[in-house]
Design a protein around this ligand. Sequence first.
Ligand code: PFF
Length: 440
Amino acid sequence: MSTRASWGSKLGFILAASGSAVGLGAIWKFPYVAGKNGGGVFLLVYLACVLTVGIAMVLAEMSIGHAAKKSATTAYRQLKGGLWPWAGRLSVLCIFLILSFYCVVGGWSMAYLWRAITGEILTQDTQALSNMFNGFISDPLQSIAYTTLFLTATALIVMGGVQKGIERSSKILMPALFILMLIIIARVLTLPHAIDGVMYFITPDFSKINGPMLIEATGLAMFSLSIGCGIMIAYGSYVDTETRLPGATLWISLLAVLACILAGLMVLPAVFAFGIDPSAGPGLTFITMPAIFSQMPAGAAFAVAFFLLLIFAALTSSVSLLEPIVAFLMDEFNVARPKATYLIFAAVFLMSIPAALSFGPLADYKLFGKNPFDLMDYVASNIMMPAGGLLAALFVGWSIWPRIHQTLSAQNAAAILPAFRVICAVIAPVVILLVWAHNL
Ligand code: PFF
């Protein structure tokens, strides 16, 4: 049997795992959800979620993978058996669904990079931009072509393996992503009235706190930390015994939070500078931002930088969605990496077609009132991810606690263990059940 792949360095591991976390959730979703929910106060609630339950859940999943040195299904079987491997299979199905629609949005980002390069999207006319966006996403050929392009890029990286594919690409893409964000922020902050956006983003207005907002913050924290779908289990399985998991987890969570803050600082001040409603919603990235860039000096270059960073963010996340499925075939059925990657590529390609056609030919094919894209998103994000997170938390908090306790104690983490256990065993399950009940 071949030896298990491992990360080449701790830094590589941290960048790859934070690459999974930092994705469309941080760059696309966070700014508009924060914009919609009162800015500063949402940021504060979000930070509280990530730095308590979020961070503990990442550590819990990492610890499962680290203990078994296997991806989710095999890890659950090795560590406990019984019905637990079904928690792993659930997570494989969950990321399969997520990847199938994630690639569609990744494809949109690629298409918009091209349009930024050609200058096509640089107009102030938001109605024209809106028509252009809707025209593009409803065009079957273009949607499928760009989705496939993005999926191919993802598969090529995964094909390269843990060190030469995932780790190496993360070491380039993650620093590039942060640098591009800083450059755009520097530009945006020098716009007139940008400071109003900054103030909106950092000044909490506590009157805006309400139940749905708390739920939304928790759900986004889970999605943006890639919790509940076995990714951190797979990534944790490639960690060597010397790497201290709690420290690495802290770094990963901090980078994820930093990315959200930077994304907020990139988008919200620009929105204020041009007098746009910060709660513009999902169209903020593809409709509002191009309009903003078109009004900025040297806006074309910043538009290119913006869509490039969106692609980088999406790519490191989609890689983390594909890897655990490939690892599942490798661990469970002894399939070699290239063959596993081809097989999953083909399956995801097929599944992504209905997602890609959801805004065009299949727009009216609805189940439970949702088109295929929305249905996949809903089932994966609102049902399967919380279920996966709940099971992982219970598994660590109750089922294999002595083992986790021993490993983490040996890593000088004894001080955090009581709090960690309470979160895994009680708090996280309760919070997840609340979010779940609300979303259903
Ligand atoms: N964390 C990624 C993001 O915020 O875009 C998305 C994601 C990746 C979600 C992997 C879930 C997941 F399993």
